[in-house]
Design a protein around this ligand. Structure first.
Ligand code: NAD
Ligand code: TDX
Length: 342
């Protein structure tokens, strides 16, 4: 089996590659990633010399590069993680979100059609459903919930989902889509809530909480997301959407307080700052369908996952310190000289 993973130098994509290599040592994994600010080749460095792993630095928006890669590799399955993924950045500059998240998806799916693929899997997000009110804890996102996006990021992800659905219906492309809630775990870029708070707390810097910190997210340990995608690409029904979520709703402020407690840092570091524009109030996913059809259930409890995550950031300071200093941006040039990649 030859699996093409896009965006594998980012947070979830890299965790997925590690999961797949461990579970299916005979599979070939090919990663295409353009190494934007969010991609860090240091994460994949231990894999670069493996016989059945290949890293290619290219953008999914570059049709010639994507076609060349499909021509060479003829992947059986493509899993598309590559995206601009940070809501705040999408509010500042939407263009690149539309280019990568929508046009990049189109270029990938065109290559899948041209060269043939057994399955194209689109990694999407619960944010396409918009948000839920805080005073209706009985409401959850199901696969039937209508699309109702808030940010340029979520609108671009919804656009990609609709396009994937259209490619299934119009061209018969074997598509599946997963919509997952907020992930946390190792290798998450320290711009997202949990790693940002860990890194700032360790440096005794302010912990910026948007608004009152009452917004609720449904947190899932990244490995559980990877297991769910593994199940979908091997057994999910073609043309279907699967929601993935941990039934683990928490207020932002409570997460930040847990991080302070675990790191023995004072809550006086917490700084309430201006709210995010269009800030979604609550996300809560109903994962009944993937449980029923594929037997998936989250395995990691939040209290274990958050401790494991904090420990990982404590034990891997060089990984995030290179990001904070900007040094990680030179790694591709150095590694491509040292090792033959591409
Ligand atoms: P990330 O920002 O950590 O990683 C994205 C990766 O994609 C980076 O390595 C980046 O270099 C690469 N990339 C960006 N533009 C590219 C392009 N044009 N061509 C090739 N590579 C490109 O993101 P993440 O948190 O790992 O998210 C991965 C996917 O999962 C995204 O599609 C995101 O929408 C989705 N998702 C994320 C979460 C979450 O909580 N992080 C939850 C649900 C869904
Ligand atoms: O500094 C901060 N302070 C703060 O209060 C940051 C970075 C975030 N927040 C709040 C905003 C959100 O309510 O914390 C919550 C989580 O924020 P993010 O980590 O930016 O995640 P979110 O906006 O919920 O989106 C994430 O989950 C869904 C991912 O970034 C998306 O890629 C994914 O689709």
């Amino acid at each position: 089996m030859n699996i093409l993973v896009t965006g594998g130098a980012g947070f979830i994509g890299s965790n997925f590659i590690f999961h797949m290599i461990k579970k299916y040592p005979d599979y070939r994994i090919v990663c295409i990633d353009s190494l934007t600010y969010a991609g860090n080749l240091a994460t994949l460095e231990p894999l670069l010399k493996r016989r059945n792993f290949r890293f290619v630095r290219a953008s999914i928006t570059d049709k010639a590069e994507v076609d060349k890669l499909f021509e060479e590799e003829k992947p059986d399955i493509a899993v598309n993680f590559a995206a601009e993924s940070h809501v705040d950045r999408s509010i500042e500059n939407p263009s690149v979100f539309l280019e990568t998240n929508i046009l990049g998806t189109q270029i990938l799916m065109d290559a899948c059609r041209k060269y043939g693929i057994k399955r194209y899997h689109q990694v999407s997000t619960d944010e396409v459903y918009g948000d839920l009110p805080l005073d209706r804890p009985d409401l959850f996102f199901t696969e039937e919930t209508s699309i109702h996006t808030s940010s340029p990021y979520s609108a671009s992800k919804a656009g990609a989902d609709l396009l994937a659905g259209a490619y299934y219906r119009t061209y018969g492309l074997p598509v599946t889509i997963s919509r997952c809630s907020n992930n946390y775990g190792p290798y998450q870029f320290p711009e997202k809530l949990i790693p940002l708070m860990i890194v700032n707390a360790l440096a005794d810097k302010p912990l910026p909480v948007y608004g009152k910190g009452e917004n609720v997210r449904d947190w899932l340990y990244v490995e559980d997301h990877c297991i769910a995608i593994d199940l979908i690409i091997h057994g999910g029904r073609i043309g279907e959407i699967y929601n993935i979520g941990g039934h683990n709703e928490m207020k932002n402020i409570d997460i930040v307080k847990i991080i302070c407690e675990e790191l023995k840092k004072p809550e006086s570091l917490i700084a309430y700052v201006a709210d995010r524009k269009g800030h979604d109030m609550r996300y809560a996913v109903d994962p009944a369908k993937i449980h029923r059809e594929l037997g998936w259930l989250p395995e990691t409890k939040f209290e274990d996952g958050i401790r494991r995550t904090i420990r990982w950031y404590l034990e891997n300071k060089s990984w995030w310190k290179e990001i904070v200093s900007g040094e990680y941006r030179n790694r591709y040039e150095r590694l491509s000289k040292e090792m033959k990649i591409n």
